[in-house]
Design a protein around this ligand. Structure first.
Ligand code: MN
Length: 738
């Protein structure tokens, strides 16, 4: 039989159970159309091109998605690779299918460059934002899955690029959408190309012991089945070895060998209803010894992506621990297919669903979760829901997030105020555009600047959408009127000084002024007045600092420039060079790896080091060097084992002005209202950038607040820790490890 028709028949078999005759006819028309459009095109494997959309459609069908999605999957490369247009497809198969295909095409056209984590998160959000209909991203994920399955035919360079992109963009999105099965396959396929050695090592080890694994799993399976049958419970029990990437991650982040990995096996018990889930749990705990602290009830508190199950880890007679997941058939569908499973449930009820209704469902599901991850997810989905953000690229491929409706002026000021102030024009996707053009998701924006530009025009304040741009433009106008600002600032300063009982001559006295200026971070007395004049700082703030400084001078104490956040001394930089010294050029990460030149550096998530921390690097295979704090539990290794020790390298911080570093802290305190608010207030007073903030109550009436902040170095971090420790009730502030 013709391979194309054979592949098509498989698709038909898959949808036959739920498609109507009319739908099957529509699908056949789409297949014939796509086949004709792709006629003569070949894939790298040498197969006719149409085989690819057919496979993608089959994956989409396996997820149980609706007929519009299957049609769109069949047609997904038509706009990109053939002469078809949106209108053609709309006319033949309806506007919904055409819109989805167009959405997938847009995502296909996006170019990614590997970036640091924050940029990746923006990229993921951008992808979701561009998928106005959630089916677009689902089909794109299926498309990527098939491309990853057939990656062997691509060049080595392409394999690496696609795998990295899959690992960093598509697998996390699949996870976010709750599509476990797809996520696992994407991760394993990517790993195969990113770290072939590491992948092989695990795959071989698993294969070599496969009969042992089989026997063990079979033993547990039949034991559980017998017991549950005796209890009169109908169920299905499945056993599996965990997927390769999850083993890999554990091995390399916890620095363990495969034999040390705690739980290699996972069992699933699928039952009819929720009460039975808890019954089964009781039986399992009766049969095996439960491992303390490993029981998790995701039925009463589902995960943010909608996942529900009971999890427990138990130890059998052989002393081998294994995980058991217990859930209903419905929960199982959601666990495997995530958001895609939604179509399966709803199909019987009211047939076709508009995307709005779908979002409503997603939103409700997610908003019912009281978890920061859930909030984060809702926020990222809200990007689609309420369209309050737009994501665009710089010419270098960085992603900038701006408020919806933003124009190139917003973009320019988001890059730097100097860029905005010198802007004379803008290009979007290579074409010169008016400055009030609304930016669209995925646009590449380039700002044209000139040294002798006139500066912003007053109209810009009305054209731009972001407060940042507006403030910066206002500031420019204020700075332009420096004389006026100095005069008015001086008046305000004098008034405040008088209020505090300080005379102006005390401030301007030659023996006091330099220290005071350093303390308030200004170059001259005029600068200080001007800054107060245009609102860069307030007289109250400035005078408070002046008062402190005068008191210190009076006490004859030594003045420390560092330690108050205005200037930071780096270890090894010699005192006295701190404020004016130009920082030496630094590598992007701020880390120098001994013996390795320019290599990829990632900061370990477990201990999030910041400059000043003693650090050590671990050479991952394929992911560059991962940097841990020297005291991180995951960085403790056996020095006598040469093979293991060989993967650890000395790393050090470069000196000078470094970027901001993200790190995590944990506060404990008796639970009370307003605790998280106090934490947020302290951090904002310190002007520390907060990335995440989450509070949860523990069983014993205490509260744990975890917060991720960005700091420049250990000194600043210590300051943050000190201030947080002073919050009412806080008993401990710890850095997170492990
Ligand atoms: Mn494709």
């Amino acid at each position: 039989m013709d391979p194309i028709l054979e592949q098509y028949q498989q698709l038909v078999e898959r949808v036959r159970t739920y498609a109507t005759a009319a739908e099957l006819e529509r699908m056949e028309r789409a297949f014939r159309y796509a086949d004709a459009q792709h006629a003569g095109q070949k894939r790298k494997s040498g197969e006719p091109y149409i085989i690819h959309p057919l496979h993608v459609a089959a994956i989409v069908a396996e997820l149980g998605m609706d007929m519009d999605s299957i049609l769109a999957a069949l047609l997904h490369d038509c706009i990109e690779d053939t002469g078809s247009t949106h209108e053609d497809i709309a006319k033949l198969f309806g506007p919904t299918v055409a819109n989805i295909v167009e959405g997938v095409t847009k995502l296909t056209r996006m170019q990614y460059v590997t970036k640091e984590e924050e940029q990746m998160e923006n990229l993921r959000k951008m992808l979701m934002a561009m998928s106005k209909d959630i089916r677009v991203i689902l089909i794109k994920i299926c498309d990527r899955l098939h491309n990853m399955r057939t990656l062997e035919y691509q060049s080595t360079k392409k394999q690496r690029e696609k795998s990295l992109e899959t690992m960093e963009i598509y697998a996390p999105i699949a996870h976010r959408l709750g599509m476990q099965k797809v996520k696992w396959e994407l991760e394993d396929l990517s790993l195969r190309y990113l770290d072939p050695v590491g992948y092989e090592e695990i795959a071989k080890e698993l294969a070599a012991k496969s009969s042992v694994h089989e026997e063990f799993m079979h033993g547990v399976q039949s034991k559980v089945e017998q017991r549950l049958a005796a209890e009169g419970i109908t169920c299905k029990v499945y056993g599996r070895v965990k997927h390769i990437y999850s083993i890999y991650r554990k091995m390399y982040t916890q620095n363990k060998t495969i034999s040390e990995i705690f739980d290699l096996y996972a069992f699933r018990v699928i039952v009819d209803d929720i009460p039975t889930c808890y019954n089964v749990l009781g039986c399992v705990h009766d049969m095996f010894n439960p491992v303390l602290g490993r029981f998790k009830d995701y039925i009463s508190t589902p995960k943010p992506n909608g996942y529900q199950s009971l999890h427990t880890t138990v130890i059998g007679r052989e002393g081998v621990p294994f995980e058991v997941q217990i859930r209903t058939q419905d929960m199982h569908q959601t666990a495997e297919y995530g958001i895609a499973a939604h179509w399966k449930y709803k199909r019987g009820l009211n047939g076709n669903l508009g995307s709005e209704e779908t979002y409503e469902w997603v939103r409700k599901l997610l908003e019912s979760q009281q978890d920061t991850d859930a909030e984060e997810f809702v926020r990222s989905l809200k990007v689609d829901l309420f369209a309050d953000e737009v994501f665009v690229f710089t010419p270098q491929g960085d992603v900038k997030s701006l408020p919806a409706g933003a124009c190139p002026i917003d973009f320019a000021y988001a890059i730097h105020s100097a860029v905005g102030n010198r802007m004379t024009g803008a290009k979007i996707n290579g074409r010169i555009v008016p400055l009030d053009t609304k930016l669209q998701n995925g646009d590449i924006v380039e700002i044209i600047t000139a040294k002798n530009a006139h500066g912003p025009s007053r109209d810009w304040i009305k054209l731009c959408k972001s407060n940042e741009a507006r403030n910066k433009i206002r500031q420019w106008f204020k700075k332009e009127r420096r004389e006026e600002n100095i005069a008015s600032g001086k008046v305000m300063l004098e008034a405040e000084l008088r209020h505090m009982g300080i005379t102006l001559s005390q401030v301007t006295a030659a023996e006091n002024l330099p220290a005071i200026l350093k303390k308030v971070g200004q170059g001259s007395f005029d600068d200080l007045c001007a800054s107060i004049g245009y609102g860069g700082t307030t007289a109250v703030k400035a005078v408070a600092r002046i008062k402190d400084e005068l008191a210190r001078i009076a006490k004859g104490q030594e003045v420390h420039a560092a330690g108050d956040g205005l200037g930071v001394i780096y270890p090894g930089m010699g005192a006295g060079t701190h404020s004016q010294a130009k920082a030496p050029k630094h590598t992007e990460s701020g880390i120098v790896v001994e013996g390795l030149g320019n290599c990829m550096v990632k900061f370990a998530k477990c201990c999030t080091p910041v400059p000043g921390d003693p650090v050590i690097g671990f050479i991952t295979r394929g992911y560059g060097v991962s940097v841990h704090r020297a005291d991180c539990p995951n960085a403790q290794f056996d020095h006598t084992d040469a093979r293991e020790a060989g993967r650890w390298v000395n790393v050090s911080w470069v000196e000078g002005d470094l970027e901001a570093y993200r790190t995590a802290l944990e506060l404990s305190a008796p639970d009370r209202d307003g605790l998280a608010l106090d934490v947020a207030t302290v951090l904002s007073a310190l002007k520390v950038r907060v990335c995440t903030l989450a509070a949860r109550a523990t069983d014993d009436g205490a509260a744990l607040v975890t917060v991720e902040v960005e700091v420049k170095d250990k000194n600043e971090l210590q300051q943050v820790i000190n201030k947080l420790g002073q919050i009412h009730g806080v008993s401990a502030v710890k850095r997170m490890t492990g």
